[in-house]
Design a protein around this ligand. Structure first.
Ligand SMILES: Nc1ncnc2c1ncn2[C@@H]1O[C@H](COP(=O)(O)OP(=O)(O)OP(=O)(O)O)[C@@H](O)[C@H]1O
Ligand SMILES: [Mg+2]
Length: 398
């Protein structure tokens, strides 16, 4: 039999694992903590899953997934483990934060520890809400510029600190090709940042591969993290779905951060909804104004920002949602369950979610040839229901 073709996976910025986190970033008083609180309380109120506060400013929220809910309905498992997104409430950044202004530097390192950025943009005015703006008048484009510049400055510092190490390395060993290539990547990235652009957009521009991306990943640069924009409106603006800054903010994001998601919402309105104990009254309020809570969308979009997909393990004991990056081969997916599964990988038994849904059961999938056996080059699809076969003893003997 001819050997199977080995599939090359593309390189990716960042290294999120099964525990994915997003940091709420923005100027002071833009609504980050209010957003954080509603994201967490929504999880408690709307879902019957334990929610876990890791510390006062870090919490886990369930990522909505109707396929997971369907699997739980069918298998009625003793344990249900959804996908989680960890949300971190980071204190406000001010101009000069990268140089230690405000409490900036510590908070910038909190951002470094997250996988993605939820950039909270304030479009509610002081005259309508009584909430002071630290920069004076409401001007979301100026605020976006300030925050993005702080993140870039911090990245420039990281690169400027790394460049001398590489230069020393090259001086010591002028034939060190890897060091020379790393230095070239660092210098190109520095110029890119100086031109006012975020690192994540350099990858496509320069068509970078593993060589360059590994250098960047090591530095955990802030502007290499995927971002989305939570545009926080006053409650009246949200209810009438109008805000005078919204169009300009969209244009700004299209120009400077092309392709990144923008979600208009109102943290104040979400807080009001979360505080309503009477489910019927809450529903009535939403129907009256023809609006919806934007929180499920925030969590879902945030999670998928990272090019993450789910696969499921499903049985009477447990239905569990596992997080992998897209694309990921079967042994890598097995490795998220346990490293032994990857080391001793034999095969994956797979049902595509839609096949399972259509067939109605695992048995019916088997009967119709939709229960497949896949080898180590199989690229796991979003929603696959997997069962891995592995043998660690065989692996050890090799
Ligand atoms: N959409 C909104 N409309 C009106 N007021 C709002 C809205 N969102 C938040 N607020 C109010 O703005 C104030 C600041 O909100 P919050 O504490 O959440 O900001 P923050 O970004 O966490 O600030 P800091 O960086 O100082 O921690 C609060 O009084 C909050 O109720
Ligand atoms: Mg706060």
């Amino acid at each position: 039999m001819a050997p199977k073709k080995v599939v090359e996976l593309p390189p990716m910025l960042g290294r999120p694992g099964n525990h994915v986190s997003a940091g709420l970033v923005g100027l002071p008083n833009v609504g980050k903590s209010t957003t954080f609180n509603v994201l967490c309380s929504q999880n408690v109120a709307a879902e019957n899953f334990p929610f876990c506060t890791i510390d006062p400013s870090t919490a886990r929220v369930k990522v909505p997934d109707e396929r997971f809910d369907m699997l739980c309905n069918k298998y009625q498992p003793a344990s249900k483990v959804p996908a989680w997104l960890t949300v971190v409430d980071i204190a406000g950044l001010v101009k000069g934060a990268h140089a230690g202004e405000g409490l900036g530097n510590a908070f910038l390192s909190h951002i470094r520890a997250t996988d993605a950025i939820f950039h909270v943009v304030r479009v509610f005015e002081e005259k309508d809400t009584g909430v002071t703006h630290t920069e004076g008048a409401c001007d979301p484009m100026r605020d976006l510029d300030i925050i993005r510049a702080e993140l870039r400055f911090k990245d420039m510092d990281a690169i400027n600190n790394k460049i001398p190490d590489m230069q020393k390395e090259i001086k010591r060993d002028p034939k060190n090709k890897k060091a020379a290539e790393s230095l070239a990547t660092l210098e190109t990235t520095l110029e890119w940042l100086k031109a006012g652009k975020d690192v994540r957009f350099a990858v496509n521009h320069y068509k970078w591969g593993y060589k360059e991306i590994d250098v960047l990943n090591e530095l955990m640069l802030l502007t290499a993290k995927p971002a989305m924009y939570l545009v926080n409106m006053s409650e009246p603006d949200f209810l009438r779905q109008k805000n005078k800054f919204l169009g300009k903010v969209k244009a700004y994001v299209d120009e400077h951060c092309p392709g990144e998601a923008l979600i208009p919402y109102s943290a104040e309105f979400e807080a009001k909804l979360a505080a309503m104990e009477d489910e019927g009254a809450r529903e009535a309020l939403l129907v009256e104004h023809k609006v919806r809570s934007q929180l499920p969308k925030v969590v879902k979009t945030g999670y998928h920002l990272l090019r993450l997909i789910h696969f499921f393990t499903a049985g009477a004991d447990e239905v569990k949602c596992w997080t992998i990056r897209d694309p990921c081969k079967a042994p890598g997916a097995a490795g998220t369950i346990h490293t032994d599964f990857e080391r001793g990988f034999i095969m994956a038994e797979v049902m595509h979610f839609d096949d399972w849904k259509e067939a109605g059961s695992e048995a019916q999938c088997k009967a119709t040839g939709k229960y497949m056996q896949k080898g180590k080059e199989y690229i796991v699809e979003d929603g696959d229901i997997c069962y891995f076969k592995f043998n660690v003893t065989a692996d050890k003997k090799k």
